[in-house]
Design a protein around this ligand. Structure first.
Ligand code: 5GP
Ligand code: ZN
Length: 112
């Protein structure tokens, strides 16, 4: 999608601090990290938010989690928090699905 920030990062039009890439996924460090480790895993396919996904996207969305776990394993990170914001009311600011992966500090519950 031409006016999507994350599509531009995936395509290399805007620089991103890449941590992983394969045919279907891209992961990069968050520009405003909320923990010592904070990266985002996104599908290369543009889907704006979780509530827009269809049954055909199930496998693609599942892959976000397995890739997050694989990257954490490679970084020897055992404890991490995974977050997906769905909608502006809960803090989604970029409308291209992304899984936040946060680690490296103590975290409270419930999240704010
Ligand atoms: P959301 O608020 O939509 O759940 O998360 C969007 C995330 O994207 C935020 O954590 C924000 O810091 C990050 N972000 C926004 N613009 C950029 C950018 O240009 N580059 C990178 N790497 N991250 C960004
Ligand atoms: Zn996009």
């Amino acid at each position: 999608m031409s006016d999507c920030l994350f599509c531009k990062i995936i395509q290399g039009d805007i620089p991103g601090d890449k941590v992983y890439e394969d045919e279907n996924y891209y992961a990069f460090n968050d520009i405003n990290p909320q923990a010592p480790t904070h990266f985002l895993v996104v599908p290369k396919k543009h889907i704006d938010k979780i509530s827009s996904m269809g049954k055909a996207d199930q496998e693609l969305i599942g892959g976000l989690f397995t890739i997050a776990a694989r990257i954490c394993k490679q970084k020897s990170i055992s404890d991490f928090r995974l977050v997906i914001n769905n909608g502006a009311g809960v803090g989604q600011s970029v409308f291209h699905i992304h899984l936040h992966v946060l680690a490296g500090r103590a975290m409270g519950w419930p999240p704010g």
